[in-house]
Design a binder for this molecule. Structure first.
Ligand code: HEC
Length: 148
């Protein structure tokens, strides 16, 4: 029994070392490849590149589900919501907007008004809307300098 354990332990150690050496040497190559293919203007992971003009048009188009456009609720440039509890979208990070819309679409985030708005959006439409709202003047407040 003892003899067998002693015989196996070095073999396992050798295998573990071989595996870790292997993954260490491959990791940098994988990272380099991922960085190379990431388009700087792309939105949330996997979405196509957004088109600002298409996003503007869509943001002003009445949706079938509610009969309202994004602008009807979020206001001009996404900065004048019709209710103070509705978020401002102007100049928000496109990634953030795209992620929020994807979450409403797939049901991870639910809201009576927004879920129905996002349900039928395609990846391209999400990308377009996100870059358009993101390209607007911002009224978002940051805490930069607030604690100096
Ligand atoms: C009927 C009113 C209404 C319409 C139309 C509407 N929204 Fe919204 N939107 C809301 C409300 C209310 C919220 C906040 C929901 C919540 O609390 O999750 C919201 C939230 C969002 C958010 C998340 C913002 C954040 O800071 O997390 C995004 C992005 C968004 N809307 C984009 C859109 C887009 C794009 C359209 C058009 C396709 C649209 N909305 C149409 C009312 C509306």
């Amino acid at each position: 029994m003892t003899i067998r354990t002693f015989a196996i332990a070095p073999a396992l150690l050798a295998a573990a070392l071989a595996l870790s050496a292997c993954s260490n040497s491959e990791a940098p190559a994988d990272h380099a490849e991922a960085t190379e293919h990431a388009a700087p203007t792309s939105s949330s992971a996997g979405l196509p590149e957004g088109n600002i003009a298409a996003g503007e048009k869509l943001a002003n188009t009445k949706g079938e589900a509610t009969g309202q456009s994004c602008i009807d609720c979020h206001g001009a440039n996404g900065n004048a919501p019709i209710d103070p509890t509705y978020p401002k979208l102007g100049n928000q990070y496109a990634d953030y907007l795209a992620h929020a819309l994807q979450e409403y679409r797939n049901g991870n985030r639910e809201h009576a008004l927004m879920s129905s708005q996002a349900k039928t959006l395609t990846d391209q439409q999400i990308a377009d809307l996100s870059v358009w709202f993101s390209s607007r003047e911002g009224e978002l407040v940051t805490l930069h300098g607030a604690h100096d």
